[in-house]
Design a protein around this ligand. Structure first.
Ligand SMILES: [Zn+2]
Length: 184
C-alpha cells in the first residue's frame, strides 16, 4: 500500500479543483469535502484494522475485496441513499483512486513490478501486477522501520506539501474575493 499521505493528498487536490472555480464559497462545505475526500481515499486500507481485530495479523485480508473497483462501486451505491447522483461519482472516483494508486505501488520506482492486487474481483481475470511502480509502498512488518520513515518523509514533501499549497491557494483566492465583494 502507498502511504495515506499519497492517497489523501491527491484526493484533497482533486476535490479542491471545483471549489477553486465556484463563485459561491462555503468554508464549512470545503472543509467537510476535504475531510470526506481524505477518508474515502483511505477507506480500502481499513482492511488492515479489520484483519488486526479479527485475526491478530494486519495482513490477513489486506489487498482483498476492499481493493477492488466493485468495492468502490458498492460504496458509491450505499452513499446514494443520502447523497445526490453527481456526488456519488466523486465517492466512486475517490475510493477507486486508492485501488489505482495501490496497483502502481511497489518497493522501487520505475520499471519494476508493483504489488499484486485483485482490482477486478470477482471477475475471473486473476491478479494484476503492473510492470511499473510510481509510488513507494510501506513495509508492514515494522511500521517504524527506517525504510518506512524514508518513504513517509518523501511523501510529505511530494504529496502533503502540494496538497497543503493547493488548499491554501483556494482559501486565499476565495476569502480575498469575499473581502473584495464585501468591501465593494
Ligand atoms: Zn491500500
Amino acid at each position: 500500500m502507498a502511504t495515506p499521505i499519497v492517497h489523501a493528498g491527491l484526493a484533497m487536490i482533486a476535490v479542491s479543483t471545483p471549489f477553486y472555480w465556484q463563485r459561491q464559497f462555503s468554508l464549512s462545505k470545503y472543509g467537510a469535502s476535504l475531510a470526506a475526500a481524505a477518508l474515502l481515499a483511505c477507506l480500502p486500507d481499513f482492511d488492515l484494522l479489520v484483519s488486526l481485530l479479527c485475526t491478530g495479523d494486519i495482513r490477513t485480508w489486506h489487498f482483498g475485496i476492499s481493493h477492488s473497483y466493485l468495492f468502490a462501486l458498492v460504496t458509491a451505491l450505499v452513499c446514494r441513499s443520502w447523497l445526490p447522483y453527481d456526488k456519488c461519482w466523486w465517492v466512486f472516483g475517490l475510493v477507486a483512486s486508492h485501488v489505482l494508486i495501490d496497483s502502481l505501488t511497489g518497493a522501487e520506482l520505475g520499471w519494476h513490478s508493483a504489488v499484486e492486487i485483485h482490482p477486478w474481483w470477482p471477475l475471473p481475470v486473476g491478479a494484476l501486477q503492473a510492470p511499473v511502480t510510481l509510488f513507494y509502498g510501506v513495509y508492514h512488518g515494522n511500521w517504524l522501520a527506517p525504510y518506512n520513515m524514508q518513504v513517509v518523509s518523501g511523501d510529505l514533501l511530494a504529496f502533503a506539501l502540494p496538497a497543503a499549497s493547493v488548499v491554501a491557494v483556494v482559501l486565499v483566492e476565495k476569502l480575498s474575493a469575499r473581502v473584495y465583494r464585501q468591501g465593494g
